[in-house]
Ligand binder design. Structure first.
Ligand code: DAH
Length: 338
């Protein structure tokens, strides 16, 4: 057999064996057998030196071509083998699939996002403030007198070193006013904490969305318009609202907004303390004392502010009669609201 014939024969068997290789190990053995240092093809290439020039050119060309081809086959086969899924024979394909449990946002988060969305569409930017706050931002700059009852430990959770867990989101007003010049139109959603008796309407942690707008010629009418637009869009039914005069140290005049209780339709139930109405927010025109604390000129600008509780509107809208359900995290309750 001359060298050309040998090459042909090697090529044929190598191709067959390599394509049939069923594991990376077998493939590697074949590579060594044909293309390794002492491999069949390698020895032929080595033997070329004893041939005449013409033969060298002719046979050498063929041998190199075959080497390239076999390299290529090995490479391809190796890839095929590594991407193939090895099937374990003990695997039972007839078993039923395991159902996946998808998580979802909590009702409070869903409602907070809805509230944020409504105000964002009315042109409010979103800002954030810290849960652990100083007396200055939570009380002093908001015109709370030093002996105001809200500072009492019965209401406020104090933290070592004199800080406190914020009792409302209103402190974000001060933080943002310090950073910006009017016009300022912002909402600030977040957690607040109060050391209060826990019952169907109140919990020691809850959420608020603070809102405030400062510019030239902002009026109480603007405030009323924005809050009515919010309530009509959020509750999406013929909700009945009541603006009731109130007092907050940082607004003058101040009001609270009640909505007609959805659960009892105003007849009185445990959710509305048998009053037929539920308070969902406080609001008012920002007090000049607050502007003074942040260096705004109250002769030039006016502004309104409001603080909406998140849980109560959530309870009303979804006809849930106890705020504690929102915090106890019983999955059977939570998964009803996606
Ligand atoms: N911070 C008040 C509270 O937690 C709610 C509130 C009332 C916020 C009036 C305001 C406001 O911005 O103007 O009870």
């Amino acid at each position: 057999m001359d060298i050309a014939e040998q090459l042909q024969k090697i090529g044929q068997t190598a191709r067959e064996e390599m394509s049939a290789a069923d594991s990376a190990d077998v493939l590697e053995k074949l590579r060594v057998h044909y293309l390794g240092k002492k491999g069949e093809l390698t020895s032929i290439l080595r033997g070329l030196k004893d041939l005449s020039r013409e033969e060298k050119r002719e046979v050498g060309g063929q041998a190199n071509k075959l080497k390239t081809e076999l390299d290529r086959i090995i490479e391809d086969r190796r890839e095929e083998l590594s991407s193939a899924i090895s099937i374990d024979s003990s695997f039972d394909f007839t078993l039923p699939g395991r159902p996946r449990h998808y998580g979802h946002r909590h009702l409070v988060t869903i409602v907070m996002d809805q509230i944020n969305g409504i105000f964002q569409r009315m042109g409010f930017e979103i800002a954030d403030g810290p849960d652990i706050e100083s007396d200055y931002y939570n009380f002093e700059a908001l015109n709370f007198p030093p002996d105001h009852p809200a500072r009492d430990e019965q209401d406020t959770f104090y933290v070592e070193g004199g800080s406190l867990l914020r009792t409302h989101t209103s402190g974000v007003q001060i933080r943002e006013f310090e950073k910006r010049k009017p016009p300022v139109k912002i909402i600030a959603p977040g957690k607040v904490f109060r050391n209060e008796a826990v019952n169907a309407r109140s919990y020691c942690v809850f959420h608020q969305v603070e809102g405030f707008y400062v510019d030239e010629n902002v009026t109480f009418g603007d405030l009323k318009g924005v809050l009515e637009a919010f309530c009509y869009e959020f509750f999406q039914e013929s909700v009945q609202l009541r603006f009731r005069p109130s007092f907050f140290p940082f607004t003058e005049p101040s009001a609270e907004v009640d909505v007609r209780c959805f659960l009892c339709n105003g007849k009185g139930c445990s959710l509305c303390k048998h009053e037929g109405w539920l308070e969902i927010l406080g609001c008012g025109m920002i007090d000049p004392e607050v502007f003074k604390a942040v260096g705004y000129d109250s002769d030039k600008v006016t502004g309104y502010a409001f603080g909406i509780g998140v849980e109560r509107p959530a309870l009303l809208k979804h006809r849930v009669n106890d705020i504690r359900l929102l915090f106890e995290n019983d999955i059977r309750f939570i998964k009803q609201f996606r």
